[in-house]
Design a protein around this ligand. Structure first.
Ligand code: KIV
Length: 266
């Protein structure tokens, strides 16, 4: 059982204290993140891009995710570990149950699924069987080929209404956390108020209950040399990686990150 549990995160939301989350793929960084005070470690399928060098997250397998969860678990010092179910690993209910079981047995405390209202059924079944679920809404990178690129979602009123309704429906289905990626700041704040579960944002402004970034991005390590607008390079002005991680946690908790310039408007 980690020191940071779902109850801890709920308590932080109720007190208005922000949750600091970072992606993490190995034991050394897990230890460094914990020492910096990161609450939640996300073993994201972004590892397909930042570790494996692919141009999307689609090639990542559940076995690879489970391997990295096990690595993170060995370095973890009390953070909650959330693991992504990768592309097509939850296309059917049977796959969702089987692959979530593998990630939980490797050391995850929660799994994350990308989608919309259709996630209600797998979320309900997983939650009933003891698997907490984070529902990832907004820009869902596993659907990049459907979305036509990595674009801000929820910019028009119909899309915004749908995203609000999806978040509420997925909370009702049993989602324990919601992640909003590349969503206008105002909409992300509204959704955070509309649900009781913690809402974590990436490119979603400062009004969510917490923040997440890909660790390579916030350390200024972009393979392409370009970072998205919502990323801040926390290595700037810091003497070490450990200091940069601590600066991130401090800025998330103080709500100085993200600044207005890191967010999107409708
Ligand atoms: O895979 C990942 O790292 C993610 C974050 C970008 C939120 O889902």
């Amino acid at each position: 059982m980690p020191d940071t549990t779902l109850t801890t995160l709920q308590g932080l939301k109720q007190k208005g204290e922000k949750i600091a989350m970072l992606t993490c793929y190995d034991a050394t960084f897990a230890q460094a993140c914990c020492q910096a005070g990161v609450d939640v470690l996300l073993v994201g399928d972004s590892l397909g891009m930042v570790l494996q060098g692919h141009d999307s997250t689609l090639p990542v397998t559940n076995a690879e995710l489970a391997y990295h969860v096990a690595c993170v678990k060995r370095g973890n010092q009390g953070a909650m570990i959330v693991a992504d179910l990768p592309f097509m690993a939850y296309a059917t209910i049977e796959q969702a149950l089987h692959n979530s079981g593998q990630l939980m047995q490797a050391g995850a405390h929660m799994v994350k699924l990308e989608g919309a209202a259709w996630l209600a059924e797998p979320i309900r079944l997983l939650a009933e069987r003891g698997v907490p679920v984070c529902a990832h809404l907004g820009l869902t990178p596993q659907s990049v080929n459907v979305l036509g690129g990595y674009k801000v979602q929820g910019r028009n009123e119909a899309q915004a209404r749908q995203m609000r309704a999806d978040a509420i429906a997925l909370e009702q289905a049993g989602a324990a956390m919601i992640l909003l990626e590349c969503v206008p700041s105002e909409l992300a704040e509204e959704i955070s108020h509309a649900v009781k579960v913690p809402v974590i944002g990436i490119g979603a402004g400062s009004g969510t209950d917490g923040q997440v970034l890909v660790i390579h991005d916030m350390l200024g390590l972009a393979l392409t040399g370009r970072s998205p607008k919502f990323v801040k390079n926390f290595m700037q002005g810091q003497a070490s990686i450990q200091d940069a991680l601590s600066a991130y946690v401090k800025e998330v908790k103080a709500v100085t990150f993200p600044a207005t310039e890191h967010g999107f408007s409708a």
